[in-house]
Design a protein around this ligand. Structure first.
Ligand code: PLP
Length: 354
C-alpha cells in the first residue's frame, strides 16, 4: 500500500497522473517513442507546452488579461534574482515572512535598495505581519503567500499602486484568490504541480521593459515570452507532469473545488492539534496555512512513542524543518482526506495511551 505522504516537497502527486506519466516514459501518445527521447520541437511536445500554459492561466482566471505563463528552469530560487534583474531599477519593498522571503531579499539586494516593510523574524516567523507601509516609489512589492517551513499563510494581500510580486511556490492552485491583483507570480512545480525541474512564472507583460540594465538572455522574461518557453531545451518531463496535474485539477472542478477539500483536511488536523492536550500548534491561529501545518509535542518524552506510532500507521514525511523542530504535516492538493484521518487517529491514540 502507498504511504500517507506528508512530505513538504517534492511531495505527493495524484496517482492517476503518476500512472499516465509512467506510461508516457515508455510510449508517448502512441508514437512508440518515449516522452523524454523526442525533440522538444516536435508537435507533440509543443502541444504539451501550449496546453500546460493555457491550463495554468485558465485555472487562475487570467486568460485574456495581459498575462503570459512561462515554464522556466532553476527553481523558485532563480526567480529570487530574476525578478530583481527584470524589475528593480532603484528600490523595491519586501515583506519578510520566513526563510524563503529572506533568501529573495538577499538576492534582490544585489540589484538595488531593499526596504523590508515588516518582518516576523522576532518570533521565529510564526505569524504574518499585518500593518506596514509600502513606499509609493518602490519598483515593486514582493511577498511569499505561504511559508512552507513555518506553516503560515497570507490571508489577504495589500492594496498598493506598485506592482505586486508573489512567491506562491507552496500554495499555488490550492485556494481561490483574485490572481489579477498580482503582476508576477512564481512557483516551483514540486508542490501542487509536478516534479522538481520547472518553475511556473505568470507575468503581466506591461510591467516588463522598464529597467535600464542589460539582462542576460536566459534571465530575461521577454526572451522566454518571445520563444514560448522554448528558448532553450525545456524540462519536458516536468512540464508534461505539470500539464497532467493541471488537467486533473480542472476535471475535479478547479481551484474552488480543491479549496473545499483542502479546508476540510486542514480543519480536521488543526482541530485535533487544538483539542489534544499533548500537542500545540506553532503558527499563530489566524495565520495558519492549509498546506503546511506545524506543531509540536508538549512533552518531548513522548517523541519516540509518537514517531513509532505514525510510522507504523504508514505515514511518511512528518518531521518538522530543522528551523522549527517538531512536526510538519504538508497537505498539498493531491493528499487524500483519508491520510489526514489516519494521522488524526494516531494523535488521538497517543492521547489515550499517554
Ligand atoms: C515558498 C518557497 N519559495 C521558494 C522555494 C525554493 O524553491 P526551489 O527549491 O524550487 O528553488 C521553496 C522550496 O520549498 C518554497 O517553499
Amino acid at each position: 500500500m502507498k504511504k500517507h505522504n506528508f512530505s513538504a516537497g517534492p511531495c505527493i502527486l495524484p496517482q492517476e497522473v503518476m500512472k499516465k506519466a509512467s506510461e508516457a516514459i515508455i510510449n508517448f501518445n502512441g508514437l512508440d517513442l518515449s516522452l523524454i527521447e523526442i525533440s522538444h520541437r516536435s508537435k507533440d511536445i509543443v502541444d504539451v507546452m501550449e496546453n500546460a500554459k493555457s491550463l495554468a492561466l485558465e485555472l487562475l482566471g487570467l486568460e485574456g488579461k495581459g498575462y503570459q505563463a512561462l515554464f522556466l528552469q532553476g527553481g523558485a530560487s532563480t526567480q529570487f534574482l530574476t525578478v530583481a534583474y527584470n524589475l528593480l531599477n532603484k528600490k523595491a519593498a519586501y515583506l519578510n515572512t520566513g526563510t524563503w522571503s529572506d533568501k529573495a531579499i538577499k538576492e534582490a539586494k544585489l540589484f538595488g535598495e531593499i526596504v523590508e516593510v515588516a518582518s516576523s523574524k522576532d518570533s521565529n516567523f510564526n505569524y504574518i505581519p499585518k500593518n506596514y507601509n509600502i513606499p509609493g516609489d518602490a519598483d515593486y512589492f514582493h511577498c511569499t503567500s505561504n511559508n512552507t517551513i513555518f506553516g503560515t499563510s497570507m490571508k489577504s494581500f495589500p492594496s498598493t499602486n506598485v506592482p505586486l510580486i508573489c512567491d506562491m511556490s507552496s500554495d499555488i492552485f490550492s485556494r481561490v484568490l483574485d490572481f489579477s491583483k498580482f503582476d508576477l507570480i512564481y512557483a516551483g512545480a514540486q508542490k501542487n504541480m509536478g516534479p522538481a525541474g520547472t518553475t511556473l512564472v505568470i507575468v503581466k507583460e506591461d510591467i516588463l521593459g522598464k529597467v535600464e540594465r542589460a539582462i542576460p538572455s536566459m534571465l530575461d522574461y521577454k526572451t522566454h515570452i518571445s520563444k514560448d518557453s522554448m528558448f532553450n531545451t525545456p524540462p519536458v518531463f516536468a512540464i508534461y507532469v505539470s500539464m497532467l496535474t493541471l488537467e486533473w485539477l480542472k476535471n475535479l472542478g478547479g481551484i474552488e473545488a480543491i479549496e473545499e477539500v483542502n479546508q476540510k483536511k486542514a480543519g480536521l488536523l488543526y482541530s485535533e492539534i487544538d483539542i489534544n492536550p499533548l500537542f500545540k500548534g506553532f503558527a499563530n491561529i489566524e495565520d495558519r496555512s492549509n498546506m503546511n501545518a506545524t506543531f509540536n509535542l508538549v512533552n518531548d518524552e513522548l517523541k519516540e512513542t509518537f514517531d513509532e506510532m505514525w510510522k507504523e500507521a504508514g505515514i511518511s514525511g512528518l518531521n518538522g524543518h530543522r528551523s522549527v523542530g517538531g512536526y510538519r504535516a504538508s497537505m498539498y492538493n493531491a493528499l487524500p482526506l483519508e491520510s489526514v484521518e489516519v494521522l488524526v487517529d494516531v494523535m488521538s491514540d497517543l492521547e489515550r495511551k499517554a
